[in-house]
Design a protein around this ligand. Structure first.
Ligand code: FES
Length: 142
């Protein structure tokens, strides 16, 4: 029976080598469910206006939106769907957004690219403060 362990081990290893590669490819770049991993298509109430500090930014992961406020109190909002390969950006350090897929970085106050591979700025979204709430998304200010 010396032949038995070798073929089965080979089979297991081959299977193990293939599965993660396919899985990673899907997880890293696929937009997945487009209705989930997308910016708002209508105005959404993101939360209390006081959560966005002057000179700061807040990432709303559930809605794929980042909202920043400048020193004058003006709000700006951007989609956090990465312009490189459409991954949802899930990390905000200060006012710097970092994409988990390939490491692109964006300025949350301007949408501009700070680090490649992305080369296109984030999409700006209309935003306003309404009754102490931050509301962002298309037609929010229409
Ligand atoms: S999807 Fe490639 S860096 Fe964001």
């Amino acid at each position: 029976m010396p032949g038995r362990p070798t073929p089965s081990r080979r089979t297991v290893l081959r299977g193990a080598a293939l599965t993660p590669v396919a899985g990673l490819g899907l997880a890293a770049c696929s937009p997945g469910g487009e209705t989930v991993d997308a910016e708002p298509t209508a105005p959404v109430d993101l939360g209390a206006e006081s959560e966005v500090a002057k000179g700061g930014a807040k990432l709303y992961r559930d809605h794929n939106v980042v909202v920043s406020r400048d020193a004058n109190g003006t709000l700006k909002a951007y989609s956090t769907i990465c312009t490189h390969a459409l991954c949802p950006i899930n990390k905000l350090e200060g006012t710097k957004l970092i994409c988990p897929c390939h490491g692109s970085e964006f300025d949350a106050t301007s949408g501009e690219v700070l680090a490649a591979p992305a080369s296109v700025p984030l999409k700006e979204l209309p935003v306003e403060a309404k009754n102490g709430r931050v509301v962002a998304g298309p037609a929010a200010t229409a």
